[in-house]
Ligand binder design. Structure first.
Ligand code: SF4
Ligand code: SF4
Length: 297
């Protein structure tokens, strides 16, 4: 876990995966209403914020997860999205990880000069069950993005995506069980199936966590806390590295960023037994991977 950029906050529930949305849960804990959508104040321009020395806070080569307390293609955010795209254009030396349950809105909401896509955008759709996989992944495959992935989280139903993986257009698949109140069970058999399909297609697969309710060999396990959930997922050995994912990143003059100038992730001891490591951008000791935010919406 390294960094998150939330240019807006709040969301409208869209599908079954939203039923126990963690953003709604956390807002409720703070006496706030997750359906109230607003542009963040100090956080909106985070990609171009600088430290006291005048350097960008976000380093070249970092992977930044976008809109983890909302949805990037939310209709209510249409008036802010162009500005957000502009910030991602300026930071063409940073990878922005977008995740949406609304890929059907993407084509009409891309920058005018998008062409066949920007190198620094990693576009992902949520596929919490087979129905949503079959609805969203075909759209994902047709969209002009250079990097595409699938997130099966909360993993609440068996998902088979072999035919989509065989297109060669998907670079990464993540899955994660559900957390918080009302968590629905995640079945180990579903994880094994996805892993097998990814391995057969040499696609990176990360079993991020078991969630609070995990069923293995017919037995239901109650696993509390993110740390334990990621450790159990790690112990399963299900994650699979697959073919490398390479992003062409450019500095503000349009020149490729030299390898030695790219951010070098730092991992701590605890990362050695964390299932997230394959998809994690390194540890900033922010405490988020002990707590609530691992980007699983
Ligand atoms: S799970 Fe995601 S898309 Fe659904 S309501 Fe929450 S933030 Fe929005
Ligand atoms: S424990 Fe380490 S590898 Fe796991 S999410 Fe946190 S920083 Fe990433």
């Amino acid at each position: 876990m390294h960094d998150i950029w939330n240019p807006w906050h709040g969301c409208i529930k869209k599908s079954e995966g939203c039923d126990n949305c963690y953003m709604y849960f956390l807002d409720r804990m703070r006496d706030q209403d997750g359906s109230v959508i607003y542009r963040t104040k100090s956080g909106f321009n985070y990609p171009i914020q600088k430290d006291r020395k005048g350097n960008y806070k976000i380093k070249s080569g970092e992977i930044i997860r976008v809109c983890m307390t909302s949805d990037f293609f939310l209709e209510e955010a249409d008036c802010w999205r162009d500005e957000a795209w502009e910030l991602m254009r300026i930071r063409s030396d940073v990878v922005f990880y977008l995740l949406t349950k609304r890929p059907e809105r993407a084509a009409a909401n891309l920058p005018k000069d998008w062409g066949d896509g920007w190198d620094n955008i990693f576009f992902n759709v949520t596929a919490e069950n087979q129905c949503r996989a079959d609805e969203r992944i075909p759209i994902l495959l047709e969209l002009p993005f250079k990097h595409k992935g699938v997130m099966c989280a909360p993993f609440i139903g068996k998902v088979s995506i072999r035919k989509y993986l065989e297109t060669g257009k998907i670079e990464q698949v993540l899955c994660d069980g559900e957390n918080y109140d009302g968590a629905r069970p995640c079945y180990y058999d579903w994880v094994k199936l996805l892993r097998r399909e990814c391995e057969d297609n040499n696609v990176r697969f990360v079993f991020c966590g078991t969630g609070r309710r995990f069923v293995k060999d017919g037995k239901l396990y109650k696993i509390e806390g993110n740390t334990l959930q990621t450790q159990q997922a790690y112990k399963s050995g299900m994650s699979f590295e697959g073919r490398p994912i390479h992003f062409d990143l450019y500095d503000s003059f349009g020149y490729p960023v030299a390898e030695e100038c790219l951010y070098k992730p730092v991992y701590r001891d605890r990362c050695d037994s964390c299932s997230m490591r394959l998809s994690c951008n390194g540890c900033s000791s922010c405490g988020k991977c002990d707590g609530k935010q691992r980007g699983k919406i």
